[in-house]
Design a protein around this ligand. Structure first.
Ligand code: HEC
Length: 183
């Protein structure tokens, strides 16, 4: 009967043993990443376009990329898919039934490139080339009436695209230079 111990005492004992057995290895944990590994992670694109890679693509090329890689979840025209709606909704944000899409809500077109490059297609993120990402971004902007059918995007033109809701955001006070919280 003396072998009966509380589960908590047992758990603490296991934890302590685990910490002790791992301590000698703590110094040798991990390794310095290689330059190419860092380059793979260092892919952020800022609102002003800083960080955009070379390359480019057209709305027409983007339609093919979209149909093959995106339409299954986002619907044939960026609507009526099983996942987030990407097109339409302009002018609905202040209504009782706001429809938030890339076209109605997002303030910067550069974020579209950044987001697709790091997160889409959902089941295979980062699998598109830079050209394909420019092209599919152009196609989504076309679906929103922001680019013409014969339009395209590259590093120079993408930051110049003005999104319809660009001025629809108010800065948070604590992110404004010079603002300090009253304590
Ligand atoms: C397997 C389903 C699937 C596929 C395929 C897919 N997506 Fe998505 N997508 C999602 C899901 C789920 C979300 C929401 C993710 C979240 O909120 O974290 C999303 C979100 C997005 C958004 C953000 C929408 C918003 O307003 O927040 C964009 C833009 C987008 N996807 C573009 C694409 C593009 C471009 C492709 C093709 C290259 C693609 N997606 C392929 C499932 C998918």
């Amino acid at each position: 009967m003396s072998a009966m111990r509380s589960p908590r005492a047992l758990a603490v004992g296991v934890l302590a043993a685990g910490m002790m057995s791992h301590q000698p290895h703590a110094q040798s944990f991990g390794r310095t990443p290689s330059a190419s590994e860092i380059a793979g992670w260092d892919i952020d694109v800022r609102p002003d376009g800083a960080g955009l890679p070379a390359g480019g693509g057209t709305v027409a090329q983007g339609r093919a990329v979209y149909d093959e890689n995106c339409a299954a979840c986002h619907g044939p025209e960026g609507r009526d898919g099983i996942r987030d709606r990407l097109a339409g909704g302009q002018g609905t944000l202040a209504s009782g039934q706001p429809i938030k899409t890339v076209g109605s809500y997002w303030p910067y077109a550069t974020t579209l490139f950044d987001y697709i490059r790091r997160a889409m297609p959902y089941q295979a993120p980062a699998s598109l080339s830079a050209d394909e990402t420019y092209a599919v971004s152009a196609y989504i902007l076309y679906l929103n009436g922001i680019l013409p059918a014969e339009g395209g995007l590259d590093r120079a033109s993408l930051p110049r695209v003005r999104m319809p809701n660009r001025d629809g955001f108010l800065p948070e006070r604590e992110f404004t230079a010079g603002w300090t919280a009253a304590r």
